[in-house]
Ligand binder design. Structure first.
Ligand SMILES: Nc1ncnc2c1ncn2[C@@H]1O[C@H](COP(=O)(O)OP(=O)(O)OP(=O)(O)O)[C@@H](O)[C@H]1O
Length: 616
């Protein structure tokens, strides 16, 4: 492979300012770990080869050579380290785009993470921010890239010393692919030693499915990776370190997995899967809107796609790979959607993951960590209310009004009181708001446990699922009759003066509440909101309104505690024919605030309170 620049004009280009800053960061912050440049370049070459194989499915002009390889060549005298692949290559525009600008803008985020990360975690940040290529400048004072896009005849050479600018020249390359030539720095001799490079490859790139061959001077070419994909080995032959490295490689995370599942399925259909429950949430999760499983599908070790949705969306926190023998290498997109083989693998995987979670749940501490990270996602499966609902319900953990820490539904059921027919819950924004909510007062007084639902999805799934072990799930904001029943028939009849207050309040709040009534469920609080008869749970309505401001809502019921001194004084005020409209508004706003909602008009609310406190 030669660079023929004699007949071609050189073009000078400036790096974007972000690239320069990043290069500087990468080169300096990671200097002590500079061997990872090789991992990054090999990963890029392997990705490029995967992409070419995939593109060849629909475009014959991109077909791979018979034995695609990643080649590493060492020329000690010239101090050159060359990494060359048969990958997809880059056009001139792609070179400028990929090696001159930053795809994922985030220099500042990168800088911050680098500063916060422990030194041993820093190398993994590189992959995460997509700045791997620039790590070449840790060991090279000049880098040349010669690339020819598959399906084209044109090759381009990119050359840079990593300082502000690069040059582009038209070049020649016999076949499609990319060659990267590193002019090794004077203090980086070690990277001109084949043994050293082989060690790095064994450490970082052993799982790369494409053969990596290494050649030094006149020496024989040697295979540097075992070419056995890690997941194909028995667990006993994989060290924990290799496993953790592989986890970081495919997840782009920088911790250790919470749980690892290596499964060689044999029988009717054969596949291997290596799945991880991450120990952290990806920093990109909040911007990653795609609610889909990204588990990678391989066929006979070759990467095919990460869009085959190998697991249901509610297991999308699981990462890893599935490798099967039962599909052709040139599997088409359509096939990915329709083939019964994949449907069966998906089903088997889902069942296996669920049983793995059941196992994990025996370790209370670990499962607690898992639950805090991913419980909310898992519960989305309840909303689907499919065949796995029962299992997910058993795997679910909840806070409770009476128990320390997290509890389970079976445990709740075992604690249910005589005569208690339903499983009661209260949904809201946080455990703190919920555990001191006046909504609980009546149930507490009756010694009834209430589960505290704190995830947004909790406002929705109970309606879908309906019951657990034949016990209906019921929000206490909809449980007026239940509570009355539990309290026995101590029916409270309003006196005429109380009726009068209720009527006046209803007149003032006419368009904001559906009803004003007294309640016996409050002990210490004067007022509370309840769902209107047959209406949806209050938290569900709140969440829907937060999403869509124009959402019409069912007006709630305002319930008063007739035994509370403030309500008693209002009864008298109304009896004397005095204006109670200010108090009416305050009552409603207080009830809203208790549930973690805003007053209808916060400023007016503040003013009203100030006025009342001033005694005017
Ligand atoms: N050998 C190669 N063949 C083809 N394209 C390449 C090659 N090396 C790099 N590129 C292109 O340059 C881009 C930038 O590479 P870089 O290593 O900086 O980041 P990345 O690969 O996108 O991110 P990450 O390091 O997280 O994988 C790649 O996305 C790819 O498009």
């Amino acid at each position: 492979m030669t660079t023929d620049t004699s007949n071609h004009k050189e073009e000078q280009h400036q790096f974007s300012a972000e690239v320069e800053r990043l290069m500087d960061l990468v080169v300096h912050a990671l200097y002590s770990e500079r061997e990872i440049f090789l991992r990054e370049l090999i990963a890029n070459s392997a990705d490029a080869t995967d992409r070419r194989r995939f593109e060849a499915l629909t475009n014959e002009a991109c077909a791979l050579p018979a034995t695609p390889q990643l080649r590493i060549n060492i020329d000690k005298d010239a101090r050159l380290l060359t990494i060359s692949d048969d990958g997809i290559g880059m056009s001139k525009e792609e070179i400028m785009q990929n090696l001159g600008t930053i795809a994922r803008s985030g220099t500042r985020a990168f800088e911050k993470e680098l500063k916060d990360a422990k030194p041993e975690d820093r190398p993994n940040l590189i992959g995460q921010f997509g700045v791997g290529f620039y790590s070449a400048f840790m060991v090279a004072d000049k880098v040349e890239v010669i690339s020819r896009r598959a399906g084209t005849d044109e090759a381009w050479s990119w050359v840079s010393e990593g300082k502000g600018q690069y040059t582009l020249t038209q070049a020649t390359r016999d076949t499609a692919g990319t060659t990267i030539i590193l002019h090794i720095k004077s203090d980086a001799d070690e990277y001109l030693e084949s043994m050293r490079l082989e060690n790095i490859i064994r450490k970082w790139a052993d799982h790369i499915a494409w053969p990596i061959v290494i050649k030094q001077g006149e020496e024989e070419e040697r295979n540097a990776n075992e070419g056995t994909a890690l997941w194909r080995k028995p667990r006993s032959e994989i060290t924990d370190e290799q496993m953790d490295d592989f986890y970081r490689h495919i997840t782009h995370l920088f911790d250790k997995p919470l749980a690892t599942l290596l499964w060689h399925a044999e029988g009717v259909f054969e596949f291997t899967s290596l799945l991880f429950i991450p120990g952290m949430i990806s920093p990109f999760a909040p911007v990653d809107q795609e609610r889909k499983s990204k588990v990678r599908l391989h066929v006979r070790r070759m990467f095919i796609t990460d869009e085959a949705e190998m697991l249901p969306a509610w297991l999308r926190f699981i990462q890893g790979i599935v490798d099967t023998e039962d599909l052709p290498l040139n599997v088409s997109r359509e096939m990915l959607q329709n083939t019964p083989v994949l449907a069966r693998i998906r089903k088997a995987l889902t069942n296996r993951v669920i049983s793995e979670l059941q196992k994990l749940s025996e370790d209370k501490e670990k499962y607690g960590t898992f639950w805090n990270l991913f419980g909310a996602i898992l519960k989305e499966g309840l909303w689907e209310n499919g065949e796995h609902s029962e299992s997910i319900l058993k795997l679910s953990r909840f806070y409770s009004s009476t128990e320390e820490g997290l509890t389970t539904l079976p445990d709740y059921v075992s604690r249910m009181k005589d005569g208690q027919e339903a499983i009661y819950f209260l949904a809201g924004d946080s455990k703190e708001i919920l555990s001191s909510s006046p909504q609980l007062e009546g149930f507490k007084a009756q010694g009834i446990e209430v589960l505290l639902f704190t995830d947004a999805v909790d406002a929705f799934w109970p309606d879908r699922v309906g019951k657990f072990s034949d016990k209906p799930l019921r929000s206490i904001t909809q449980a007026k009759e239940d509570l009355e029943k539990l309290m026995g028939d101590v029916e409270y009849v309003n006196n005429e003066e109380e009726e009068n207050l209720l009527k006046s309040l209803k007149e003032v709040l006419t368009d904001k509440v559906s009803e004003v009534r007294t309640t016996q469920r409050l002990v210490d609080s004067p007022v509370i909101l309840a769902a209107s008869a047959g209406g949806p749970d209050l938290q569900m309505q709140r969440l829907m309104r937060r999403n869509d401001k124009t959402m019409p809502s069912a007006s709630p019921v305002l319930e008063l505690n007739p035994n509370h001194p403030w309500i008693k004084s209002l009864v008298l005020k109304a009896k004397d024919g005095k204006d109670i409209s200010e108090e009416a508004s305050i009552l409603l706003d207080l009830a809203r605030v208790q549930d973690g909602e805003m007053p209808i008009d916060p400023t007016l609310f503040a003013r009203r309170i100030a006025t009342v406190l001033t005694g005017k």
